[in-house]
Design a protein around this ligand. Structure first.
Ligand SMILES: [Zn+2]
Length: 344
């Protein structure tokens, strides 16, 4: 007597144990290692390129068919496959690998993903298709900028894709993924080989780099901050403005930029984007013939970002900003210089 547990207590303990067990296991089906759900049937996978929450691949699932929009690099493939597996999908169910453009943080892993997903078709802008069929020029271009060692470390070897598996998608091209229709828009400005993909079902647009970069680290109570990206070598501010206006004209409830993840309140973001773009162009033109042009433009860009971040309620120090955005500041300055020289 006394050593025997009260049957009611026993039942409660068991009951709580069962509840906890079910909770943990049910939650596990929703918890993805590298991805998060951002809309019905849309997942944002962190490709692991660069740093956490920098480079996304979006996985769209509809009627047991899957598509990736951008795929990171070769080294991202295990994360993409892991996400498929966690959603009980196989690589054979991947119908499409869609590239917003062929810059290597978006398309570097395309050949590898096409190898791993044998039933997939590659969807790419007509200007990008030949670089996916024969990626040697694309890689040589990157080696020219970053050097062989860095390219090997960041991207590895780029696998060519059989031309019969490459579909060129220009303005108005429709991708059918199960019941879902995805519509391509030709959106130059960041690159001439850039498409955006409109998903009427979620009323969202996969914008690649056209609608800029939006890092979650800069989110405030006012919402997200977004900044134009002007990386070499095809930055064209007039075309970029037009592309952003066209995307906004669809009245999307959100955009899915590759850097990084879903953001809402598109009209507000468009204003922030276009204001900065105008300021960037004006600043760059004012330094067009200056000595130390690179340093002046880079510092001018940091001024513009700092100012707009403050307006958006983010009081990051100048030092932290220059550290966090070091690569963006460098690449954006380089791209603006290329544009200035072309304009000359
Ligand atoms: Zn990018």
């Amino acid at each position: 007597m006394g050593s025997r547990a009260n049957p009611f207590e026993l039942n409660t303990t068991n009951f709580l144990f069962v509840v906890r067990f079910l909770c943990e296991n049910l939650c596990m089906t929703n918890q993805l290692t590298f991805a998060s759900s951002v809309a019905d049937g849309i997942y944002c996978v962190d490709t692991g390129f660069g740093r956490d929450n920098f480079d996304a691949s979006y996985l769209i699932v509809s009627d047991s068919q899957a598509a990736f929009v951008d795929v990171g690099t070769n080294y991202s493939a295990p994360r993409l496959l892991k996400t498929l597996d966690e959603l009980s999908l196989t690589p054979d169910q991947v119908r499409y690998v869609i590239l917003t453009h062929v810059h290597l943080d978006h398309a570097g892993g395309a050949g590898e993903m096409m190898r791993l997903c044998p039933k997939a078709q590659l969807i790419v802008h007509p200007r990008g298709a030949r670089h996916m069929i024969d990626p040697s020029a694309l890689r040589a271009g990157a080696v020219g900028v970053y050097g062989e060692e860095a390219v090997q470390k960041d991207y590895g070897q780029l696998l060519p894709i059989d031309s019969c598996r490459v579909t060129e998608a220009g303005e108005g091209f429709v991708i059918n993924l199960g019941q879902r229709e995805l519509i391509c828009l030709d959106t130059p400005g960041h690159a001439k080989h850039h498409i955006a993909i409109w998903d009427p079902q979620s009323r969202g647009v996969f914008t690649g780099d056209t609608f800029g970069l939006s890092y979650r680290e800069f989110d405030t109570e006012q919402g997200a901050y977004i900044m134009p990206t002007t990386t070499p070598i095809q930055f064209d501010p007039v075309a970029l403005k037009e592309s952003v206006e066209r995307i906004s004209a669809l009245n999307p409830v959100c955009i899915y930029p590759t850097h990084f993840s879903r953001v809402n309140d598109v009209p507000r973001l468009k204003n922030i984007f276009l204001k900065q773009l105008d300021e960037m162009v004006e600043m760059a033109v004012s330094f067009k013939d200056s000595p130390n042009r690179y340093e002046k433009i880079k510092s001018g860009l940091a001024d513009i970002y700092e100012n707009h971040l403050k307006t958006n309620g983010c009081n990051i120090s100048r030092q932290d900003l220059e550290g966090f955005l070091a690569i963006d500041l460098d690449l954006n300055t380089q791209g603006i210089e290329v544009w200035l020289d072309k304009a000359q």
